[in-house]
Ligand binder design. Structure first.
Ligand SMILES: CC(C)(COP(=O)(O)OP(=O)(O)OC[C@H]1O[C@@H](n2cnc3c(N)ncnc32)[C@H](O)[C@@H]1OP(=O)(O)O)[C@@H](O)C(=O)NCCC(=O)NCCSC(=O)C[C@H](O)C(=O)O
Ligand code: MG
Length: 294
């Protein structure tokens, strides 16, 4: 049985302390909501934010948007309470910040079992520390262990810049090796990966360029900080009509009896192999899932 891919083109962060943002989220055409208890919330507001997020998620106002709660690390004064409240509210996933290695995720997964979490509750991992870059393959391999429930990487390029002192420049030359290492680790572990945020949310041109770069890198989508980034993000990460038409064309050509025994054919002057047809099947599935969603 093939599973239908879930579109994760856009994932909008919002501070759990911002009641207006939590309310507005229910009206936004976004694939995923990242309800934040970590860096977007000041220490004095942590308890209030936890209560607000728990109430908002429990009320189930977010329809088919994927709902993810980012908790504070378990080593902080808030992490254990965040985890317990998140399990009770039962979002689609819990996003674990500053993961350094597989043991961090295994520990959270173990606590989820002790807390009686729903079997459907997934873990997402923030990839944003120097150790995470060095341990990316081992962290990604958690995607192959059902007990860890890992289903997505999220690049944390702001923390990565802070911890490594690499600069976030246009084109992200310094970040590219880490971004691509994490793409490979995610694919090896069979999970999705979302690109980091673009802080200058008024800079439409720079944002479009960074979205296009994320698509080229193989990212499934991008994390966002402002609603105005959603539409251009969807424009970049949705398969175009041409891509879908090409995918349908090459798949129907391989279905024809005269091509049954062939591994490679010529289409419009290009060599096309069955692996291209397989890639096309994913494009079609994502396009169908987006159409079904809207
Ligand atoms: C960046 C902001 C602080 C800007 O806020 P503001 O000045 O209020 O924006 P606007 O006036 O333009 O807002 C217009 C309307 O949109 C709503 N809004 C704004 N942002 C959001 C949002 N993120 N989610 C939902 N709704 C939002 C406003 O309420 C206005 O609505 P209305 O009342 O109808 O007019 C702000 O955008 C913001 O807080 N963004 C998110 C910041 C955040 O969560 N940061 C943490 C994640 S980034 C990170 O840490 C990644 C990673 O860990 C790493 O290390 O890289
Ligand atoms: Mg971060």
């Amino acid at each position: 049985m093939t599973t239908q891919p879930r579109p994760r083109r856009s994932a909008l962060y919002m501070p759990g302390s911002n009641a207006r943002a939590l309310e507005k989220a229910a009206t936004l055409d976004v694939d995923c909501l990242l309800l934040d208890l970590e860096d977007a919330v000041a220490p004095d507001a942590k308890d209030m934010a936890r209560t607000q997020i728990a109430e908002a998620v429990s009320a189930r106002p977010y329809g088919n948007r994927e709902v993810v709660i980012r908790i504070n690390g378990l080593e902080t004064p808030w992490g254990e309470d965040d985890l317990a409240a998140a399990v009770k509210a039962n979002p689609d996933a819990i996003l674990v910040p500053k993961v350094n290695g597989p043991a961090d995720l295994q520990m959270v997964a173990h606590k989820l079992s002790l807390l009686g979490a729903s079997a459907d509750l997934k873990l997402w991992a923030m990839m944003e520390t120097p150790l995470a870059m060095l341990n990316a393959a081992a962290i990604g391999a958690c995607g192959l262990d059902p007990a860890v429930r890992l289903s997505c990487f999220v690049m944390g390029t702001n923390d990565l810049a802070k911890e490594t002192r690499a600069r976030l420049t246009p084109g992200r030359a310094a970040m590219t090796p880490w971004l691509m290492t994490c793409v490979a680790a995610a694919r090896a572990g069979g999970i999705d990966i979302l690109d980091g945020v673009y802080n200058a949310f008024q800079d439409e041109e720079g944002f479009a360029a960074e979205c296009a770069q994320g698509v080229d890198m193989g990212m499934d989508g991008k994390t966002l900080i402002h609603p105005k980034q959603i539409a251009p993000c969807h424009a970049a990460f949705s398969p175009s009509e041409e891509e879908v038409a090409w995918a349908r064309k090459i798949n129907s050509l391989f279905d024809e009896p005269e091509n049954a025994g062939k591994g490679a054919i010529q289409v419009d002057g290009k060599m096309v192999e069955r692996l291209h047809a397989d890639m096309g099947k994913r494009v079609i599935a994502i396009a169908d899932a987006i159409a079904a969603r809207t």
